[in-house]
Design a protein around this ligand. Structure first.
Ligand code: NAG
Ligand code: NAG
Ligand code: NAG
Ligand code: NAG
Length: 404
């Protein structure tokens, strides 16, 4: 189904944004999104585009496309019309792929959809045109939580590269709401999300849940977009890719690293996905069982755990993610028996419906793993990770915020 032809005409992005901003619960990130969008529009207008905002409605629509279906995908449950759906958009998003997620639950009357889909986004693969970043307070709070604007200083790169994509900064309220709306009937998930021992782990879980429910691109706030998302998947693979993952570590012939559990590690600072991919459900299951395991091991309830770095990485973080992705790849291709089968890649590799990028894809600029680290930006680079955030210590830029 097309991402755009089913849209009701006349729901311009500015109108939708204005509507968001006027909605109490979403005023904060609405305002952030508007500010950033205005910024990108300004760059866009002054950067030589002479058609201004009309561009959004005057673009020819791409022909209908079928996003790849998952063998495991269940028929979508009906989603009830929202009482306060977006101005000009149909109450169910008109068959928007968001609502076809197997995770979508018809049980909630919540209207968590501040990230409307932009009509003109030229989607070239099954990954919906949505960009997600997460900004959670270090501790859950009832206070109005406004981090310093600089925490989103890299975001304009995402906006100018991906005009017409929906962009959402998910904070405490939106996170709670998406978890409630899509996973509200699974007490284990609600419980884990609520009791997560630290905000980094909570942010980890939230990204997998959002990608399962809504799809799109999740990227940490300390990442810089280097290529439009529409160009992430090579043309000949467009209808075959449902998930894009990148490497952050490739041991090759180097030494093992103390804190890195696998010879090849996938990053989870950036992940692109169609909604409903089974790898996310598997990841969430692994998180749930690992939390129980840690709780039993330390004889403490989940919310009182003080997990070590390795425990974080091996529960919600990249070590856990790498294991789940690796097992998924093995399911697709049983000749993959060893993490090292993914070492020394010189080109992106499609395994099942997962596109695995070379180290430079999401992991350029690192002094290891044959990542390009000479100051140049290699052709294969899609994203640059600045490694600013840290779930461990105090992130100087963010004050009370946790962005990674
Ligand atoms: C959409 O993107 C494809 C591939 O990048 C391009 O060939 C096509 O012309 C674009 N369509 C529109 C309407 O911009
Ligand atoms: C990582 O977690 C898995 C699953 O619980 C476990 O089997 C493995 O031993 C852990 N590795 C480390 C180094 O803790
Ligand atoms: C994966 O690695 C194993 C062990 O090195 C090797 O026997 C096997 O042939 C490799 N498979 C592929 C597909 O390269
Ligand atoms: C290492 O990276 C360089 C630059 O990207 C590439 O030319 C070279 O082929 C890579 N080496 C191996 C062994 O893949």
């Amino acid at each position: 189904m097309s991402m755009s032809v089913s849209r009701v005409a006349g729901s311009s992005l500015p109108a939708q944004l204005l509507h968001h901003v006027t909605r109490r619960r979403h005023r904060f990130y609405g305002a952030v999104a508007v500010a950033l969008l205005l910024f990108s529009v300004a760059i866009w207008v002054y950067g030589g585009f002479d058609r201004g905002v009309d561009f959004i409605t005057s673009l020819p629509r791409p022909p209908p496309q079928s996003p790849p279906q998952h063998p495991h995908q269940q028929p979508p449950p009906a989603v009830p019309p929202s009482s306060s759906s977006l101005a000009g958009s149909s109450s169910t998003h008109g068959g928007h792929p968001t609502q076809t997620s197997p995770a979508a639950k018809a049980t909630s009357s919540s209207d968590w959809r501040h990230s409307s889909q932009s009509p003109a986004a030229n989607v070239s693969h099954g990954i919906p045109p949505k960009i997600w970043q997460i900004l959670l307070p270090k501790k859950p709070t009832n206070q109005k939580f406004i981090p310093k604007p600089e925490i989103l200083e890299e975001t304009p790169s995402w906006l100018v590269m991906n005009t017409d994509y929906a962009y959402t900064v998910v904070s405490q309220d939106g996170g709670d709401e998406v978890v409630q709306q899509y996973f509200g009937d699974d007490p284990r998930i609600l419980d884990a999300y609520t009791k997560m021992p630290n905000v980094g782990m909570k942010s980890d879980l939230l990204r997998y849940l959002i990608l399962e429910a809504e799809g799109g691109v999740y990227s940490d706030t300390d990442t810089v977009a280097l290529k439009p998302i529409n160009d992430w998947v090579p043309a000949h693979l467009r209808d075959k890719v449902s998930v894009v993952v990148g490497l952050e570590f490739d041991r090759r012939d180097g030494p093992a690293w103390a804190d890195i559990l696998h010879d090849v590690q996938f990053c989870q600072w950036t992940i692109a996905a169609a909604p409903g991919h089974p790898v996310f459900r598997k990841m969430v299951e692994r998180i749930l069982s690992k939390l129980d395991e840690l709780s039993a091991e330390h004889g403490l309830p989940i919310e009182q755990l003080k997990p070590s770095s390795v425990e974080v990485m091996n529960s919600t973080g990249p070590a856990a993610w790498s294991e789940v992705v690796f097992h998924q790849l093995q399911e697709f291709d049983n000749t993959i028996t060893d993490y090292r089968n993914l070492s020394y890649m010189t080109e992106p590799r499609l395994i099942g419906d997962i596109l695995v990028l070379t180290i430079d894809g999401f992991g350029m600029g690192q002094p290891h793993s044959n990542s390009t680290d000479d100051g140049s930006i290699p052709e294969a680079a899609l994203v640059k990770h600045l490694f600013k955030g840290s779930w461990r210590g105090n992130d100087k830029r963010s004050g009370d915020a946790e962005s990674t």
